[in-house]
Every structure is written in C-alpha cells, then in structure tokens.
Design a protein around this ligand. Structure first.
Ligand code: AVI
Length: 331
C-alpha cells in the first residue's frame, strides 16, 4: 500500500532498512506509540493480507469485486478508445482484469507500484492474456510525482484507478495530497476511479477486523515478528494482543497491539518500556460516506462523475474528472 504500496520482500536494501529502523524507533518513542502501517507488507504480511480478503467477515474485497463485475460495462465507458489506464499501487491484478476485459479499445495499461519485481511478474501475466494491450509498468512511490510513459502521456484520456480502499489507510490530509498528486500525474482531462469502503454499523466493521479465524490478528502480530527479524528486536508476540475497533467519532477502524504485561523490549539497540495494557497503534482504516469522499476530492479539483455500490451498500466505486481549467487553477 504507498507509502502504502505493498513491497513483497523479506529483506530490505540498506537505505530502506535504516528508514525502517528510524520509523520504528521514532514511532515507539512517540506517545501513544505507533508504527506506520506500510511495514505490514513483507512477504508474510502480503500473504496474510491476501488471506484476510478471503475471510467471510472481511467484506470489502468481495463487495468491490461485485461492483466491478456488475458495472464493468458502465465503468468501461469512462475509458474511451485509445485511453490509458494508470493503476496506483497495483497489487494483485484480479480487479483490473475485470476492467481490462470490458475495455477492449484501451491503448495502454500502466501499473504503478514501489515493488519493481512484482510489477514485472504481474505485467508478464497480463501481456499473455491481453496481447493487444501495451502494458507499461512504472516502479514508483504513488505518493510522489513520477513521469508516465510517453504512450500514456500522449493518450487522449488518462484514467487513474485506485481500488481496494487503500485511500482509507491514509490520514485525510494525506488522502487529499494523494488526490492532488494524482491530478498532476494524470494531467488535464483525466479521470480517476477510486474504490472506497463506506461508513456502516460498528458491528460489521468490528467483525471484519476481528475475523474468527484470527487471520487479521496474525497480520497485525506479524509486524512484531518482522521487526524482530529485520531490526534484531526481541518482541515476544505472545505477550501482545491484537485490538481492532471502530472509532465512531473519527470514522476509522483502528488496529493496535496491546502489551499484556509490563515488559521491556530491545529494538535496534534501544530499550522500550511497556506498561501493562499500553498499545502500539499500527493502522487506521478510514471509512467514508459518498459525500465525504466527494467533498475531499472536490476540495482538490476532482469533479464527481459516477458512483456505484454493491447490493448491501457496504462499498463504493467512485469516478471523478479533472479538467484543464482546474489543473491550471491548482498550479
Ligand atoms: C489494505 N487496506 C485497505 C486494508 C484495510 O481494510 O484497511 C488493510 C487491512 N487491515 C486489516 N485488515 C485489512
């Protein structure tokens, strides 16, 4: 995911390793303690996330797939002949395949992800299945400016795709700056299709992040195992507990790791003292209403241009356009 793009690798190169060590140490010194959610996604974490999406309680992936299948034809109308589709933070290509199959006149597909190796693997699979389509992967962090390949820059329309409610893992100000950056990258007369999880009863949200099989708990706990392995820490995961709950005031599901007792943990040469019950805040997953996402997008110049939900109204796919005039005004 990005900053939230999901790197699938077990060992980080040394420059990223020190960023990891710094972020973890800084976050553990901060009160309340916190660790950025992007560090969930090592190989084991990415596999656990895939497993979460298959749990009966975790509805977002199923609901989004349902929307894409049911409305692929209408969504494809946003991509006229010769358009380029740019996917921000492309993980597995399951979702985009539905749109590619419905848009035979698309000229290019540009998957963008921080993990270049995974991008090439996914691109090779897509090239075999969509031989008429130019697949032009870009290895980049989607939160910062990057250049699109020439074919995409010269396409009559560029359509961004940001599925999976990954936008919900950004703080609202980060979500706004992602939307601003996406407009700059895609350029004038572009479109953006965003998958976003909707506000709903707390019971549904609480069980989605506390699945009975304990996969989300394992995903959360894997962060400690990763820190032990990569930063030479001595967390004892059995001395921590997964906590996930809907914070109604802030419209977000929070995940924490709670210390089950008073304990000292060594991390990258530093000692961290935990009180019993003290938590490390590991993730926020913001939930939006149709209108609150629209307001956020409008604030940075994106104009609402279509919206679809699943039969239960749990999840939404929302489309926006960005015009030349708005781009100039934003500069
Ligand atoms: C990737 N992201 C949208 C997921 C979410 O629901 O916020 C990550 C996740 N965390 C716990 N379960 C799933």
């Amino acid at each position: 995911m990005v900053a939230l793009a999901r790197p699938r690798r077990s060992q980080l190169p040394s420059d990223e390793l020190s960023a990891f060590a710094n972020d973890v140490l800084e976050g553990l010194r901060f009160m309340p303690r916190r660790i950025p959610a992007k560090y969930f996604y090592d190989d084991a974490g990415s596999a656990l996330f895939e497993k979460i999406t298959e749990q009966p309680e975790y509805y977002p992936t199923r609901c989004e797939m349902e929307i894409l299948r049911e409305h692929a034809g209408e969504i494809a109308k946003l991509m006229p002949e010769g358009a380029a589709l740019v996917e921000f933070g492309s993980g597995s290509n399951k979702k985009v395949r539905i749109l590619l199959a419905a848009s035979p006149k698309l000229a290019a597909y540009v998957p963008v992800d921080i993990n270049g190796q995974m991008l090439e693997e996914e691109a090779a699979e897509l090239r075999a299945d969509f031989p008429q389509l130019k697949i032009l992967p870009v290895a980049a962090d989607i939160c910062y400016p990057f250049d699109l390949p020439r074919e995409a820059r010269e396409a009559p329309v560029r359509v961004g795709l940001f599925p999976g409610s990954t936008i919900g893992n950004f703080e609202p100000h980060e979500a706004a700056s992602f939307l601003r950056n996406a407009a700059k990258i895609l350029g004038p007369n572009s479109r953006l299709i965003i998958g976003v999880d909707l506000i709903k009863p707390a019971e549904v949200l609480n069980s989605a992040y506390n699945d009975a099989a304990g996969v989300t708990a394992e995903f959360n706990m894997n962060l400690l195992t990763r820190i032990n392995r990569e930063l030479g820490a001595n967390f004892r995961p059995e001395c921590f507990e997964h906590h996930a709950f809907y914070n109604r005031e802030r419209n977000r599901v929070e995940m924490h790791l709670a210390s089950l007792k008073r304990q000292k943990v060594k991390v990258a040469g530093e000692t961290v003292d935990f009180r019993a019950g003290e938590t490390i805040h590991t993730e926020n997953s913001y939930k939006y209403s149709i209108d609150s996402l629209r307001a956020l997008a409008r604030g940075v110049g994106w104009v609402p241009d279509g919206m679809w939900t699943d039969a239960q109204g749990y999840f939404s796919v929302q489309a926006f356009t960005f015009t030349e005039e708005r781009l100039r005004a934003a500069e």
